[in-house]
Every structure is written in C-alpha cells, then in structure tokens.
Design a protein around this ligand. Structure first.
Ligand SMILES: [Zn+2]
Length: 468
C-alpha cells in the first residue's frame, strides 16, 4: 500500500513537472536573466519605424548599423505589434501596459503645431517610470513628439523631463547631453528617449540618401519636407510612377540612418554597452501604398503596426531571436520582471521570462491569458478598426461599415488575400474573441478633453475627415 502511494505521488509530481516543462517550452521563454540591482535602463522609442526597414530585420539597405550592433548582443523580437497605428494610444499603452480601449487615449491630432482632442490618461494607471522612480531610479526623459508632452501625462514619474515639439534627433541628443553630469552621477538611472525621425515630413538625410536614390531625381520630384496631407494628395501620381514611390521610400530610409547615427553617438558618449539594459522599439509603422495609403493612422495592416523590438542585456554576448507574437504592452511587465519588481495589478501585458516560475505567473493571472496568445491593435480615426491576431491569423473588423477581413499572416504576410468568406471557422472564432475582449475591457476614465474647437474650425475638420 505504502509503495503504491509513493508510486502515485511520484507519478503526479512527474506529470505536473512535464506539464510545467511543456508549458514553458511552448512559451519560448528565456532563463538566464540575472541583472545587478544597480543596472541602468535605456528605453529608446523611434517614431514611425517599421520593423522590416531595419537591416537587422533583414532589410537589404544598411539603414541601421548602430542598432544592428546593439542587436548583435541582444534579443530580436521578430513579431512585435503596436497596439495602435499612431503615437498617443501606443505610447500610453507602452507606459501603462494596458490597451487603448482601456486607457482611453484614442483621439487627437496636430493642427498648426497644436494638439487637438487628446485626453490625459488616468492616475489609476501607474506608469513604468513611476514604478522605477519609487525603486530608486533617477529618471530622465526626452520626448520629441507633439503628442508626448507634460500636459498629456508623459512626464509622470520623471525627475528630469524635456518635451521637444517634434524636433530632429540632433536636438534630442543635445537635451540628453545637457544632463550628462546628472546621468553620470546617478546610482542607477532610467532614460527614455523618443526620437521623432523618421516621421513625415521626410528630409533627405545626407550622406545616406545618395546611396539610395539619385540627387537629380530627389531634386526633380521634391517629395521631401512634405507633410502627410500634401503627400496624400500625390497618391495618384505615386501609383503611376514607381520611381517616385521608391524615391519617397529612400527619403524615409535616410531618416532611419539619421536617427541610427545619433543613437551611435549616444551609445559612445554614455558607454551604454556597460551595465545597461537597452530596449529599442517604436510606436507604429508607416505605409507606402501597400494597401493604397501613405504614412500612418489610417489602417491596421502589418506595415502600420509591425514594429521592431530589440533588448540588449549587459551580460549577454550573443544574438538571439524570439518568434512569438508580442505587443508593446508586454514591455513594462518584462522590464519589471527582469528587475525583480512586482508589476501593478492593472497590467495586461505578459512576461516571457521563467525566472520566477509558475507561482509568479499564476499570481499575476498570466496563465489564463496565455492559453492562446491573442494580440490586439485598434484605431479610432476616420474609421473605427480593431484587429485580433494569433501567430497565424489576423481578423480586422471595421465598426463603422461592419466590414471584415481575415488574413493568414504566416502564409500571406503582405495581407493580399482576404479569406473572410473562405475560412469561416477561423473568422467566427476570432470575431467572437475580439467582441468578447472589446465588450469586457475595463475602461479607465480619462481626465479631461483639451482644446475644444470653435464651431467653425470643427466643421472644417469634419469635412476633411479628421473628426466625426
Ligand atoms: Zn508616432
């Protein structure tokens, strides 16, 4: 009898252990995360940077030699998704680890250098910066984008914060250099840098532009320094002349080189290859007529939401890749996990480290959400779109005209073959999950609406399709 009991207990333990092992193997987790408690953290967000235009993501142009160097000793996340296709919702999600549907910062645009209709996210949502600050980090932030200023809550938790109204990388670096002694004096620091380039209007950045297109063509076409609305008026011509479209892409690529160059300077000046955790990512991608649009904030196709994510550890020396689909909202729990800091209750992002084991995951309700790894992204501009993705399937629903799309993003990464009427099982399953997610999402109150428009201006913008 005793023998039988021992055997049964041993079998149960073995079975549990196997389940545990299978579970974590399937999650594509990493194990050797050991960082000193005084490690510095640098979070670099590069506006409008699509993953597939970086050389370390396989782009044939050498757009990113300095980022590549960081990636050489880091982890490249091959399938990172932005929770929206424009700045404000995505960046609030990054800092709070909840989706735009939860934090409510979903509207807003810039008009004559003024941001209109952008809300402030709730104080109930503790930010990554606030948590690091309370754990002894001196916090520095430079944000170059109209949507990321103090008045919209982005300075929360920062000891030093500088907002730049969408200025190029050289001004961003200058702002960081002005804190050189404070940064070097800190026991440990968190530095967030938001570069605006390569957002439109694109500048022809030398010397790189000359590697990608001819000077004469750039001069003749004059596609540089054109804001989004002017570029969009040129769509019929760009469709007709492939040379013009490739010139536009060359301008965008030269902007990536430009920002990469300033990242290289920053790395050197602060010796960021030592005792520093570096995270590089973006807020959304950019469209070049793949689905008939230019720039961003129009749709949720992969060119708009597939972004780079690279993490370099001070004690890692080889390149690794991570294939599983993850979201920008996963960055906060992962940084906190690495630093052995408990995340706040509200987080929805997932961690992929197994350092703390099953109990930690269970405690933070991550097991439930990991059964199938759904990823979401949303946009509420001219159209109201939401998408749900697995590593194979992507379903998009338009809440305005009730149209649906379904793509097998594994077999058809360019989303050219809409399978909505052919794959009904996948469609129904994803649609159900998307609606369930949207209808049960916790909604935090936004603090207030800024800059109500005078009626005349409102009418004008409604006619242009900017607001409804
Ligand atoms: Zn942006």
């Amino acid at each position: 009898m005793k023998k039988y009991l021992i055997f049964t207990c041993a079998s149960i333990v073995l079975a549990l252990f196997s389940l545990y092992a299978i579970y974590f193997c399937n999650l594509n987790t990493f194990t050797d995360v050991k960082l000193d408690s005084d490690v510095n953290i640098v979070l670099i967000t590069i506006d409008t940077l699509r993953a597939d235009h970086l050389s370390c993501y396989g782009y044939p142009r050498k757009t990113s030699p300095n980022i590549d160097k960081i990636a050489e000793k880091g982890i490249i996340f091959k399938n990172s998704i932005a929770p929206s296709s424009w700045t404000a919702p995505s960046m609030v999600s990054l800092f709070t680890s909840v989706y735009p549907i939860n934090h409510g910062v979903i509207h807003g645009f810039v008009r004559d250098d003024t941001v209109l209709r952008q809300n402030i996210f709730s104080d109930e949502l503790t930010t990554l910066t606030e948590i690091l600050n309370t754990h002894g980090y001196t916090t520095f932030g430079v944000a170059s984008n109209h949507h990321l200023s103090e008045k919209f809550g982005f300075a929360r938790g920062f000891d030093y914060f500088k907002y730049l109204p969408s200025l190029p990388a050289q001004f961003v670096n200058k702002a960081i250099y002005s804190w050189e002694s404070e940064i070097k004096r800190s026991d440990k620091f968190f530095l967030w840098i938001h570069y605006y380039d390569p957002h439109n209007p694109y500048a022809p950045r030398t010397p790189w532009i000359e590697h990608y297109t001819s000077k004469e063509l750039t001069k003749k076409l004059k596609l540089y320094q054109k804001p989004m609305r002017s570029l969009e008026q040129l769509i019929p011509q760009l469709k007709k002349y492939p040379q013009a479209l490739s010139n536009l892409i060359a301008l965008y690529d030269s902007e990536i080189n430009y920002v990469d160059y300033f990242i290289g300077l920053l790395m050197q000046k602060f010796e960021l290859d030592k005792n520093t955790l570096i995270v590089i990512t973006s807020d959304h991608g950019e469209e070049f007529l793949e689905h008939g649009y230019l720039c961003h904030a129009h749709k949720l196709y992969q060119e708009s939401i597939k972004i780079p994510l690279i993490i370099q550890f001070p004690n890692r020396t080889k390149k690794e890749t991570f294939e599983k689909h993850i979201n920008l909202i996963d960055i906060m729990p992962n940084i906190l996990h690495i630093l052995d800091i408990n995340p706040p209750e509200h987080i929805l992002g997932k961690s992929f480290w197994e350092k703390k084991g099953l109990l930690w995951w269970a405690k933070h309700k991550l097991l439930k959400s990991q059964k199938i790894n759904y990823n979401f992204s949303e946009l509420d501009r001219n159209s109201i779109l939401k998408t749900i993705m697995t590593s194979e399937w992507k379903y998009i629903y338009n809440y305005k005209d009730k149209t649906e799309q379904l793509y097998n993003i594994k077999a058809d990464p360019l989303e050219s073959n809409n399978l909505i009427d052919k794959k009904t099982e996948q469609r129904n399953q994803l649609k159900e999950q998307l609606f369930k997610w949207a209808s049960t999402a916790k909604k935090y109150p936004t603090q207030k609406k800024l800059f109500q428009l005078p009626p005349k201006e409102k009418k004008k913008l409604e006619n242009l399709g900017y607001i409804q």
